[in-house]
Ligand binder design. Structure first.
Ligand code: SF4
Length: 508
């Protein structure tokens, strides 16, 4: 058991219940700051016949009853980040749960069902040989139906009758499901822990999805259409959340929180609670004086703004943000009392050249105030217009980084090798399963992957290369609601550096 104080943990008698191990495939601090994790815990434990307990990469026993993974009927993994696929396999491996789905029930005493949900499931193929069922889309829609069916002890094939469930054994064509009305649910009882990344924070999701359509952003496509919670509903969630959770802080979540139509009024309301407020995601072009003032007054000292690249590349990405607007937003933030701005920069995206990096340097040097650049490589993601593009060679990324360093501004650099593996998993197929399994057994690092690729006779750069637009894609069987012809047209527009309208209504 662990020596930490958590509030709102659910304790039940596990006997005669369907036992679900909710396993966050990363550290405790990250999992406890993930709203999706709280949602699954809350929904499952709202059912009397189910007991859901938590595990993390750094906790091999459940935090609720100190049980082992073997004791559970269902092992559920949120799959938020591509690289967590490695951790999913590591966790199964070290807990002696047979990794391959067709070996479970043969080599072990009981047949446990392994399921996964979260954004990375829109390409389930790299984990298809290991996970029995993937939730495509938002689990609020079908999680209870899934549990009710599970409790009837069905054949695995029967799960394919539930919308949004991809059954690996069947490889069934699956359409993404999403919650139409966000005012029907928000978890109020969240586990509050001082060891979560955001501290003792109540997570408040104001909106889901984003219609802006930046061509690199998977979240911008797979959570469409953009939906918002009403102000009155959010106020009620905040009131109840404060009463039940007694947090020190409220963190506003959404694809781009400053785009929320009632943001000024919501911030006004939050100020009356006396709690610190944090907004991890803001868009420079929707940062208003009221938002900046309110953020500074509520105690947030640093904000993060995504610049991504030069104005030219941003246009090719469909990110309609001029240099002028970005500079104005930075100026406004400092004027209203924000102490530091962290600026996201993406390097290696399609159409970028060294000249674009020089443009970025020129721009950031004009910002008067404390800034830090957070630099990460572009990663081609499935179901986006840039899914056919290549992951830039690491030698080129290093050259571009060198140019950025001439700015003499503080820089935080993402791990390029990890980014390469992330790109590999993001666009992986079933063949990658064997490589993943071997790489995990060999230690899970870059060397382990090289060895596994070699043994499987696949070129190490295979998944990082550009993909011809006429090819069949591994994830073609998964329908997110955005058709491929539309994505192709978006890609073509990026070559001529053209933008598309913001999508406010439908899927695209
Ligand atoms: S603004 Fe662009 S990058 Fe941000 S969530 Fe929307 S589509 Fe993604």
């Amino acid at each position: 058991m662990i020596d930490m104080i958590e509030r709102n943990v659910i304790f039940k008698d596990p006997r005669n219940k369907t036992r679900v191990a909710l396993v966050y495939p990363n550290r405790y601090s990250a999992g406890m700051s993930n709203l999706g994790f709280h949602i699954i815990y809350d929904i499952l434990n709202s059912l009397d016949s189910v007991y859901c307990e938590r595990f993390f990469l750094d906790f091999d026993r459940s935090l609720e009853t100190n049980s082992a993974l073997h004791d559970f009927d269902i092992i559920a993994f949120p799959w938020q980040f591509e690289l967590d696929a490695i951790n999913i396999l590591k966790i199964l491996y070290r807990n002696k749960i047979p990794i391959k789905r067709d070996e479970r029930g043969k080599r072990s005493e009981r047949k446990q069902l392994v399921i996964a949900g979260g954004p990375c499931c829109v390409n389930p193929y790299p984990l298809k040989n290991f996970v029995d069922i993937f939730f495509i889309g938002e689990a609020e829609v079908n999680l209870i139906d899934f549990i009710e069916l599970f409790q009837t002890q069905p054949d695995i094939e029967e799960f394919a009758d539930i919308k949004g469930l991809y059954v690996s054994k069947l490889d069934n064509a699956t359409k993404r499901v999403y919650l139409k009305d966000l005012d029907t649910y928000h978890p109020v009882s969240q586990i509050i822990s001082p060891r979560a990344s955001f501290g003792e924070t109540f997570l408040l999701e104001v909106s889901r999805g984003c219609g802006r359509g930046c061509r690199f952003c998977m979240g911008g496509y797979i959570f469409r259409p953009k939906r918002e919670r009403s102000l009155s509903y959010l106020k009620k969630v905040v009131d109840d959340g404060i009463r039940v959770c007694r947090p020190k802080k409220v963190s506003l979540l959404g694809a781009s929180v400053s785009d929320y139509s009632q943001i000024d009024r919501l911030l006004e309301y939050l100020e009356t609670t006396g709690l610190e407020v944090s907004i991890p995601s803001l868009r420079a072009d929707s940062l208003s004086p009221t938002i900046a003032e309110s953020i500074a007054r509520c105690g947030q000292k640093t904000i993060t703004l995504a610049l991504e690249s030069s104005e030219n590349v941003r246009t090719a990405m469909n990110k309609r943000l001029s240099d002028e607007l970005f500079l104005k937003a930075a100026e406004l933030a400092f004027e209203k009392g924000i102490k530091k701005i962290k600026i996201y920069v993406m390097i290696g995206s399609p159409v970028e050249t060294s000249e674009d990096i020089k443009e970025i340097v020129k721009l950031v040097k004009n910002i008067k105030g404390r800034i830090k650049l957070s630099v990460n490589p572009f990663i081609p993601k499935p179901h986006t217009p840039f899914m056919w593009s290549k992951f830039e060679e690491i030698s080129t990324l290093k050259k571009r980084l060198k140019i950025l360093k001439t700015s003499n501004i503080e820089i935080e650099i993402g791990d390029f090798k990890k980014a390469f593996l992330q790109a590999t998993i993001a666009r992986g197929d079933e063949k990658l399963s064997d490589i993943l399994e071997k790489a995990v057994i060999y230690g899970g690092g870059m060397g382990a992957f090289r060895r596994a690729f070699k043994e499987e006779g696949i070129d190490f750069n295979h998944y990082a290369d550009a993909i011809p637009t006429q090819s069949r894609l591994p994830w073609d069987n998964i329908d997110t609601g955005i058709n491929k012809t539309f994505l192709k047209k978006e890609l073509e527009k990026s070559y001529i550096v053209g933008t598309s309208n913001i999508c406010t209504q439908g899927i695209h």
